[in-house]
Design a binder for this molecule. Structure first.
Ligand code: 3PG
Length: 210
């Protein structure tokens, strides 16, 4: 799973209010060439949305985001997600995912958190909130001591079409994530063609990252 995820440079971070939107949303993403999705556990609809996408689109790399409690972790594991992410690093949550052999990407923002992640065996880490924490310059400096250990980062928070390639240009960045690819409002308004166009544009832009 890790190697599959490392091949996807852009990950849409989704906040979904109505699970009925899950299938058309996944279809809109796939139509634009995007076969990875992160559904955040921020809404009551998240679990059902994850389960529906897993059933209807098994070809999609299905991620659960904002997994901040062991209960949410267990729900996502039971659904059978391909990977999970969190804004922070909770050892209990990390261990639950590890026990189920499901990839988990905990969030970090400091050297000590990176080392805590490493101690737990996590080499792919989410850098969050990327923009507010200092952006590309911060990540470059934060990651440097850990690059020899093969630590990679998926920054999210404040990333958009205009700055994504600045992050992707860093060798330690494997992918960027963001909600701009399919916003909560666009999903609620069922603007599927807009979402397809946005992900197409992002994939093309990522192709130009140096
Ligand atoms: C996340 O959960 O990864 C972030 O909230 C996404 O941040 P963004 O909304 O700034 O893209």
């Amino acid at each position: 799973m890790l190697s599959k995820l490392l091949k996807r440079p852009v990950i849409p971070v989704i906040v979904i209010e109505d699970a009925n939107d899950a299938e058309p949303l996944a279809e809109a993403l796939l139509e634009g060439g995007m076969d990875v999705i992160e559904i955040t556990c921020r809404t009551a609809a998240a679990g059902e949305a994850l389960a529906r996408i897993k059933k209807a689109f098994p070809e999609m790399l299905l991620g659960a985001g904002t997994v901040v409690t062991p209960e949410q972790a267990q729900m996502c594991i039971d659904i059978g997600v391909d990977f999970g992410l969190a804004p922070g690093l909770n050892p209990d949550t990390v261990k639950l995912f590890q026990a189920s052999e499901t990839l988990f990407v905990p969030g970090v923002m400091t050297p000590s958190e990176i080392e805590q992640g490493l101690a737990l065996g996590c080499k792919l880490l989410k850098f969050f909130p990327a923009g507010a924490a200092g952006g590309v310059g911060m990540l470059k400096n934060l990651a440097a001591p850990y690059a020899p250990l093969g630590v990679k980062f998926c920054p999210t928070g404040g990333i958009n079409l205009g700055n994504m390639n600045d992050y992707l240009a860093l060798p330690v960045v494997s992918a960027v994530g963001g909600s701009w690819l399919a916003t909560q409002k666009q999903i609620a308004q069922k603007r599927w063609a807009t979402i397809t166009a946005q992900v197409q544009e992002a994939i093309e832009t990522a192709g130009n990252a140096t």
